[in-house]
Design a protein around this ligand. Sequence first.
Ligand code: SF4
Ligand code: SF4
Length: 447
Amino acid sequence: MYMSKFVLPLKLHTNHVVLFSTLSKAVVKVDGETYRAIESRSWDDISLDSVDCLEKMGLVVKSLKNESIAFVNAATNKSKNADNHFNLHLLATTACNFRCSYCFQNGIEHQALKTDDIDAMLDPIEKYLCEQKIQTLSLVLYGGEPTLNWNFTMEFIANLTSRLGAHNIKYDTQIITNGYALSDEKLSFLSLHNCKKIQITLDGCRDMHDSRRRHNDGKPTFDKIIENIRTALNKNYIKKVSIRLNYDKENIDSQIELLDYLAQEFDVSRIHIALGCVTSDHAQQAGDEGNELSSTVYTHDDILENDNHVRAYISLYIHAKRLGFSMRKFYTINGICIAKRNHSVLLCSDGNYYKCGGLVGRINHSVGEVGNELVPYSYHKSALYDECFSKECEMMPLCHAGCRLDAFYRTGALDGRDCKYNLVKNINLELLKINYDDATDLDSKRL
Ligand code: SF4
Ligand code: SF4
């Protein structure tokens, strides 16, 4: 037996060690002696039951070679979507009612899809779903701002769902929106169409948010967004709203205040908090010369070499957790994202298919024209894992060789590796410290 390659250990002051499997996500707390025995493979020093338990949790394995092969095979299968799930991102328009300086879509042309073209758009998608024996579909309303061009979206959904019904394909809808125009009517419509996720971004408390998330016509936006979140929850259009807190060097304090405000205003059990770091990469690469980037956004070097960024993330995480909001227990940059899956496409209003939201509007990254045949396509490259294995990286299941878009920014190639090892590892170590009370104590499992 061997300790799995994918174990992140955290040594505690109490002489215990928390073991986190980045692959199975199992977390267990063992005493120092047991940990040393696992590390040195002194299996006779650990009870058989404990070894059995560790193996079931994926923390120890019979063969490291088989574990590596199984990991790569599972990732490759997932990228081929063995689960018969299709992810369709609809960009009904690339226009937006906000003007955020850091938007990665700054600089691209704004276009909108037209209702007359819906059948032509959906014919190849329906053909693909049938040929690939798709059983479930998630429709993600994305943009631009997806609450604009709404009449188109309603007709698109009506047409799509009738086709899905004919093939017995189940579906859910999701929306990623700035929340400003997410009216009662739109929420009601989404709710009637199996709405599973509403993600709204806030940049801080009222004044901070309004200064950063500016409406096109200069109006403040914060109060209207809060009102819409309240409607979504009070009218039970959805169980939980996911609020993404975008943070950089400027707004950490305001985001802490915002968390307090949200906890006062809403039932925390109905709000999921996600933390998003604002970086200079996307907007800079958008080539929008006229867009003045704030000096307060994180640069690539800040993220990789400066632990201020980790401290900022953790201070927000701890505060949100104390207030009782739901949050993910581990940190991942991307994993097997939509760009790495065959069964996914972004249908963009510029008339092209894309694989990643960061590439829309960049025609050289189109993977086909809307209305043309849709073919399985993925940016997953299992060869990229070779270098990660050679570095004995235990974070692979949370990273999968990194984000293709960031790799493009760094290397100029979408099939390059994007390594943020220290960032992923350090944030996860901090999260283990915060959450380790949840770890099962192996002692209690011994007979
Ligand atoms: S490549 Fe990066 S930005 Fe694009 S979908 Fe994947 S994780 Fe997201
Ligand atoms: S890119 Fe870096 S962090 Fe990601 S799996 Fe590879 S070695 Fe690990």
